[in-house]
Design a protein around this ligand. Structure first.
Ligand SMILES: NC(=O)c1ccc[n+]([C@@H]2O[C@H](COP(=O)([O-])OP(=O)(O)OC[C@H]3O[C@@H](n4cnc5c(N)ncnc54)[C@H](OP(=O)(O)O)[C@@H]3O)[C@@H](O)[C@H]2O)c1
Length: 324
């Protein structure tokens, strides 16, 4: 197979396509002929050496999500056939023409979404569903603040929150990105380069916040949240160490939680896949939920794709399209 390898930690240029031995599926796995792979921010952190793969997963091939066609079935796999079109969450290794994945993590690809769109679902959909809905308990009528609305996670979170009846406030870094998130359904957009979101939102009744920024945002969130509000962290790029006034948390009965998806065990991911198939697949089949794919790069241009992904102009999702 061909795989994009992190030859050393560094910039986009360290990614190089090399030939590797074809992977063989274990008994419970299928081998996919990959048609497209999605790019996520954690791939960049891995490329820079700041996000090692979990034990048992190759550290030199990034890629947390793919779509493709089943090429080989592991000997214990039932109910699936060679030729089935699927998309799947991975713990790594997606930037390749072939990859093995547990059969239970495969979701059938509806005919009316492209392979590039399908490849851009898993990492953001699974992360948002688990954090905003399972941990954050998003309900109809909630007022939700989603930071980084124009990113992969943010654009998925806005769409899902709207589908389930929430009012969405979101932060973006430019006027162009503000237009983009409005088209996705965001009700109120704050350009964090020009305005302080705490000041803008101080009279709103925010129940739930999805945050990957941390640092100075943390106490603004404690200040903004309504009683019984939920603050959910999926990263802390501005700083993971913060000071919390426990009294404020107790007085407002604020729930603080967070999680990282990649390191969760297979059982957890299988249960998440089942719930997503039941609750979300119908929205995908009817195209009510489609990832906001803004660029597709041929696989051989993986370095150019990362260069573009790293630029401040990038928004939405980027897919890599495999050769055939
Ligand atoms: N915990 C998990 O399981 C998990 C899983 C996947 C991803 N993540 C994390 O989630 C985050 C988003 O991932 P992604 O793939 O969606 O990345 P992405 O597409 O690069 O999106 C990141 C977003 O953050 C925004 N941003 C940067 N600084 C900001 C600030 N000070 N205030 C508000 N927004 C800011 C950027 O918006 P502008 O360009 O407008 O500045 C961008 O839209 C990453 O930190 C990633 O590591 C966590």
């Amino acid at each position: 197979m061909q795989a994009a390898i992190i030859t050393e930690y560094g910039g986009p240029e360290v990614l190089r396509i090399e030939t590797q031995e074809d992977p063989q599926p274990a008994a419970h796995e299928v081998l996919l002929s990959v048609k497209a792979a999605g790019i996520n921010r954690p791939d960049v952190f891995q490329r820079k050496g700041n996000y090692p793969a979990p034990p048992g997963v190759s550290n030199d091939i990034p890629g947390l999500e793919v779509s493709g066609i089943i090429k080989t079935l592991g000997k214990d796999v039932q109910g699936m056939s060679v030729g089935d079109e699927v998309f799947a969450l991975l713990a790594g290794g997606g930037y390749a023409t072939e990859v093995c994945v547990a059969a239970e993590l495969c979701i059938p690809k509806p005919k009316n979404i492209s392979f590039e769109e399908a490849a851009c679902f898993p990492e953001t959909l699974f992360t948002v569903w688990h954090n905003l809905f399972q941990r954050g308990n998003l309900k109809e009528g909630d007022q939700v603040l989603i930071h980084g609305g124009s990113g992969g996670i943010g654009s998925m979170a806005i769409q899902l929150a709207k589908l389930f009846g929430a009012t969405v406030y979101t932060t973006v870094g430019s006027a162009e990105k503000a237009e983009f998130v409005k088209q996705l359904g965001a009700d109120n957009v704050i350009n964090y380069q020009e305005e302080d979101f705490e000041e803008v939102l101080k009279d709103k009744k925010i129940n739930l916040i999805l945050d990957s920024i941390g640092g100075s945002y943390f106490n603004k969130h404690i200040q903004l949240l309504e009683p019984d509000g939920r603050l959910i962290h999926i990263n802390a790029v501005q700083g993971a160490k913060v000071e919390l006034n426990l009294l404020k948390m107790m007085q407002k009965r604020i729930w603080i939680s967070g999680s990282t998806l990649r390191s969760r065990d297979l059982n957890f991911k299988i249960n998440l896949t089942l719930e997503i198939k039941n609750k979300i697949l119908p929205f995908i089949e009817s195209r009510k939920l489609v990832p906001a794919v803004t660029r597709v790069f041929p696989f051989e241009e993986v370095s150019a794709a990362h260069l573009f992904f790293d630029s401040p102009k990038q928004y939405g999702k980027i897919a890599l399209k495999m050769y055939s």
